[in-house]
Design a protein around this ligand. Structure first.
Ligand SMILES: *Cc1c(COP(=O)(O)O)cnc(C)c1O
Length: 399
């Protein structure tokens, strides 16, 4: 299809996957039902022969889930033609299904060093109990990944998160995918921080994208959800998506419905999130009480060039270092507009202290190796007026 015929992402976010049922409802109803009826035995035979499509039971599928999956697959697959997705009851249900679908006992997973806490725990503690071993590559360069892969020829999955939580380090997806594919491994990218609006890993050669839809995709802080998207529809439909039926990590129809509506404004939200975050990051970077600001959009970010190449915007997650625990505590006790809470990607600005909250499970040594000091604060810049966010940060940082 020529560019001129192709709908843009803003349009797809609103219209892709939408259900228009016989009621004529403009916004699809919520099919709040656990089971589906058949008219007679012939209807069952037709469905079994693949002649008709039918929902049977809401663990297997529900219209709102299908609508959301189609919309997200359209956005993540935007540059590659097509992709397939399944929606899960949480980001962690999605991540575990992706890993269980791609690796078996005897296989190995290589992951980057800094990861979302629960993904870190799943890969380093839980999967090994089932015979799926794992190791980390230290450093962000493709050479470091290649060295690690050469040590583990049974690697089936390379697991990446970029930008990474909470230090805002980046991984070159295209270069990593090339290295991984040459060694016979597939690449999974957690795209929660960037969303398909700012980064589409499948376009850069990744095989699978995972999301916590709890964050920007839904955007309003009202649900817990997750998604797996794959370029290879067979991989998704045969190896990953069926696991939702047997592990049971399903989302409710209502949560899918809310998320589908949230996703419609993602393009608009991400644009303003990026504008606000750039202003906040510049303010933090020039403040004398701030030791360091980590935001890929700052020219001083060590991977700013990679971010500019790989992303269509720098996102709204940032971290800044106040030097020590006391300074961080003083700041967090004084914020008024911004809210002290984990999670991210909401319309409200949220701040948190990784060492005591999201990354508390790591050992102090593990945190130090990952660059998570006691003075580090993570901020998810919201959609309030940037001036108001900055004024609150300013008063909380003042002497
Ligand atoms: C929140 C989050 C997850 C886990 O998702 P849940 O919806 O909380 O299960 C995974 N990865 C990243 C980057 C996250 O921020």
């Amino acid at each position: 299809m020529g560019d001129e015929l192709r709908r843009r992402m803003e349009t797809e976010a609103i219209h892709a996957g939408e259900i228009h049922d016989a009621s004529g409802a403009h916004i699809a109803p919520i099919y709040q039902t656990s089971t589906y009826t058949f008219k007679n035995m012939q209807a069952i035979e037709d469905w079994a022969a693949g002649e008709t499509e039918a929902y049977i039971y809401s663990r297997g599928g529900n219209p709102a889930r299908t609508a959301l999956a189609d919309k997200l697959a359209t956005l993540e697959g935007f540059g590659i033609g097509s992709a397939a997705a399944e929606i899960f009851g949480s980001g962690m249900a999605a991540i575990s299904a992706a890993l269980m679908g791609m690796a078996r006992a005897g296989d190995h997973v290589v992951a980057q060093q800094v990861l979302y806490g629960s993904a870190d725990h799943l890969i380093s503690e839980v999967l090994p109990e089932y015979g799926i071993t794992s190791s980390r590559f230290v450093g962000l360069e493709p050479e470091a990944l290649d060295r690690e892969l050469s040590q583990h020829p049974n690697t089936k999955v390379v697991y990446l998160e970029t930008p990474a939580n909470p230090t805002m380090t980046l991984i070159d997806i295209a270069a990593s995918a090339e290295v991984a594919h040459a060694r016979g491994a597939r690449v999974v990218v957690d795209n929660t921080f960037a969303t398909p609006l700012l980064q589409r890993p499948l376009e850069h050669g990744a095989d699978v994208v995972v999301h916590s839809t709890t964050k920007y995709i839904n955007g309003h802080g009202t649900i817990i959800g997750g998604a797996v998207v794959a370029a290879d529809t067979d991989l998704l439909e045969e190896s990953i998506a069926p696991l939702i039926r047997f592990t049971g990590g399903v989302p409710s129809p209502f949560d899918c419905w809310l998320t589908n509506i949230g996703l419609k404004t993602l393009p608009l939200r991400m644009r303003q999130h990026c504008v606000n975050a750039a202003a906040v990051a510049e303010f933090l970077d020039s403040h004398q009480a701030v030791v360091a600001t980590h935001y890929p959009g700052l020219a001083g970010h060590p991977q700013h060039a990679l971010a500019a190449r790989q992303m269509d915007g720098f996102g709204a997650m940032a971290a800044f270092d106040l030097g020590n625990y006391e300074a961080a505590t003083r700041f967090l006790d004084r914020i008024e507009l911004c809210t002290l809470a984990v999670s991210l990607g909401n319309i409200d600005t949220l701040v948190e202290h990784p060492a005591s909250m999201t990354h508390r499970v790591l050992t102090p040594e593990g945190r130090a190796a990952a660059g998570i000091g006691d003075g580090l604060i993570r901020i998810s810049v919201g959609l309030e007026a940037a001036d108001d966010i900055i004024a609150d940060l300013d008063q909380a940082l003042s002497d």
